[in-house]
Write a new protein. Sequence first.
Length: 512
Amino acid sequence: MAGVVEMRAGELSLTALRRIYEHPAVFRLAAHDRTRIAGATALVDKIVSMGDAAYGINTGFGLLAQTRIPTEQLELLQKNLLLSHAAGVGNALPDAVVRLILALKINALARGHSGVTQRLIDALAALLEHEIYPVIPAQGSVGASGDLAPLAHMSAVLLGVGSVRVGGKVLPATDGLRLAGLEPVKLHAKEGLALINGTQVSTALALAGLFGAENVFAAAVIAGAMSVDALKGSDSPFDDRIHQVRGQPGQIAVAREYRELIAGSAIRASHLDCSRVQDPYSFRCQPQVMGACLDILRNCSVTLRLEANAVTDNPLLFVEQGDVLSGGNFHAQPVAFAADTLALAIAEIGSLSERRTAVLVDPKMSGLPAFLVENSGLNSGFMMAQVTAAALVSENKTIATPCSVDSIPTSANQEDHVSMATHAARRLGPMVDNAAAVVGIELLAAAQGIDFHRPARSSARLEQVHAGVRGVVPFYAADRYFAPDIEAAKNLVQSGRYAALVDRLLPSRTDI
């Protein structure tokens, strides 16, 4: 059942954006939004009737901006724009991302600076309400003059062109329109341009990356705390006094979570007087590394929430002054920078997690059975699981190379600097998948280590996590087909179940 989002255009919270991403949604616009939309539409009509030249309303586009278009051809101009720009390639974007794209486009258009009709926004809202998701190829945008190609594929569906996905089944666009109770639209002046200008695709992909990164981050904090107990490590590095004298907010917040997660552990109490002086960095420096990652998540969440509520097409109408202004809000550099820094955080979360797994499987470092299995030699245990984690970490290091420093001229050098935001954001999905598998492997390793310390028990909170892991993956007593165990643990990470244990850290769970 689709949830109703009573929205004021430009005021979507990060929490609401996550809810739209995860579940079907129905938009209900506020009355004052409809008034603003009508005012902008009237301004477009006035410009057309007076015959004044205004970019994108009665002129060509890009390098062809000086070409005047006769009034009787304005509808064809907008239709041709959508058809010619629907030039994307590659796999289709997931339904959850497309749902978010539709929501972001409605949100932006409803701000009343784009000059589209209420009828057009209602048509987009009908697709969203009936879960009719345009098939949008993932590749083809450079992240400036907006996400032109993917948004053209989204918009062409309104003309009855292209394909949609309904309940996982691909149908012709005309069938999708019929299911939504719509007829193919006839485009008003400027509507085609308003539909395809904007950063909604790159922003939706970056938000999806943020939400996935939050799930992985939360699971990595939990797994890291379990690994400390599995190692019989020290909780002294989590002492608040250490972190207060540095002053980094993410570090302080994360250290508190580790203290509270480990508090009351009988395993920790059993080795308070051990001779070990310091644990490896991957255990001891978790607040410092994960805190820095948290600060990135928080900073990116601010940028992406602002962008999700922004007006990013061109030109923009300012009804009160009667002005039509051409600018560059479609340039997605803020999104590109956010996506690149998110990629760094995702890579580091996985890198630190893999190092803890590597310590746990090494008997010289951990004091646990080699590769976390009895009768090692006969059994290889977690040997190859750690290798898989290492492979995924190295893959993420390569993928994390910044995209925002790249640019390539397009549109006959009219668009001579572009952001690469869409590519930057799109690569976050595979990175999240890789990091989720890495952290899932650590969860299994940490649970295995804790099992070897029985009858001593960990803290109440970590014992609950341990029981949850064991509910889907049994103790590794001897070699068995390992891939299903890793997949099950990865699914636990990506389910978001661990986010509830540290939700006060996560931007999309605290921004109401």
